[in-house]
Design a protein around this ligand. Structure first.
Ligand code: NDP
Ligand code: OXD
Length: 309
């Protein structure tokens, strides 16, 4: 009997998901069309309602639409004992690489300064800094962080990376654990945050972290809003401790109207669009894991929900 994958998609993209699984040996059903919850073998979800996954009594695997797992962390969301797989989509990763390169190059080539100059009809060249003399530190060297690090290495930047466990990414100087964080921060001209939001990482982008950076360093956060203290960011920008910040994620999303971040002259703000998963490539990751499950092979990208990512 053909197995069934139920999909609760974001952005009304169910049609794209149907097409993406077209060539796979699996039936796909939209979340709201599930008649018999016991017939569902796998679930691919974004922001499931509390209790909804518990009703799928024969579920084998829960797939997250999204690399971040915050949407699965509320009370009564996850039934116990069922593996949760993080999204690892080459399309999503490629988008993150584009966003990070864009932000890093923007600061590296003084674009905010030239934008200000243009407003004032000022013609003034700033001495170019060669990429090897520019140090970019990446917080989080996972699926996305390591891809961004590799792309920056390709452009000849001096790249540092921080992770929980020791990592070896070619061309990247690695740091790991809380004890080594300050040693990395002290060298970063541009700090890029690609961490997951967990108990341990919550609020890590705070005044203490900014104080450990060289004065005038730039911040890029495309991880999660819960990683940043927005008041500390504004203070660090106003004092000049931070030279600028590119923020894609926020403590509250959508960003409230009254937030001072909206019109701060040193902030480049985007509405959580650094990247989006693409059903065509995401489906390959999902189906690969379904095949592993059927063949009794180990699953990949299994989240440790206790650890938080
Ligand atoms: P991964 O799980 O592959 O990688 C997470 C990385 O963070 C790992 O290197 C991990 O270390 C490190 N890490 C976790 N906790 C700590 C800690 N306490 N101290 C030091 N390092 C830590 O995640 P992805 O790379 O796939 O995604 C990262 C995040 O990016 C997502 O969780 C999501 O929040 C965000 N994201 C944002 C998007 C956007 O559009 N803005 C789009 C996609 C993702 P280790 O390697 O040792 O495990
Ligand atoms: C994700 C996201 O986590 O889009 O994948 O933010």
């Amino acid at each position: 009997m053909t197995e069934i994958l139920a999909i609760k998609s974001d952005f009304d993209r169910f049609g794209e998901w149907i097409d993406a699984f077209d060539q796979c040996d699996i039936d796909v059903v939209a979340w709201e069309k599930v008649d018999d919850p016991a017939s569902i073998d796998y679930a691919l979800v974004w922001k499931p309602e509390p209790g909804a996954l518990h009703r799928l009594t024969n579920l084998n695997i829960i797939f997250s639409i999204g690399a971040g797992l915050d949407h699965l962390k509320g009370d009564n969301i996850l039934p116990p004992g069922i593996p949760v797989i993080k999204m690892a989509d080459s399309g999503l990763t490629a988008g993150m690489v584009e966003y990070v390169l864009y932000c890093v190059l923007r600061y590296h080539r003084f674009m905010p300064e030239y934008e200000r100059q243009q407003e004032n009809r000022t013609w003034h060249g700033i001495l170019q800094v060669p990429a090897p003399q520019r140090t970019v530190g990446i917080l989080g060297l996972g699926e996305i962080g390591s891809a961004c690090a590799r792309a920056l290495v390709q452009l000849d930047f001096n790249v540092l990376g921080w992770s929980r466990s020791e990592k070896n990414v070619q061309g990247v100087t690695g740091f790991h654990g809380n004890d080594q964080l300050d040693a990395m921060l002290g060298q970063c001209d541009i700090l890029v945050c690609l961490l997951p939001h967990t108990r341990e990482t919550a609020g890590i982008l705070n005044a203490r972290t900014f104080a450990a950076l060289p004065k005038g360093a730039f911040l890029v956060n495309a991880g999660r809003g819960g990683l940043q203290d927005e008041r500390d960011i504004v203070e660090a920008l106003n004092s000049g401790q931070l030279g600028g910040a590119a923020l894609d994620v926020f403590q509250v999303e959508p960003l409230p109207d009254h937030s001072p971040l909206w019109n701060h002259s040193k902030i480049l703000l985007t509405p959580h669009v650094a990247s989006m998963n693409l059903p065509a490539t995401s489906a390959q990751h999902v189906y690969r894991n379904i095949m592993h499950f059927r063949e009794g092979q180990p699953l990949t990208h299994v989240a440790d929900m206790e650890r938080g990512y």
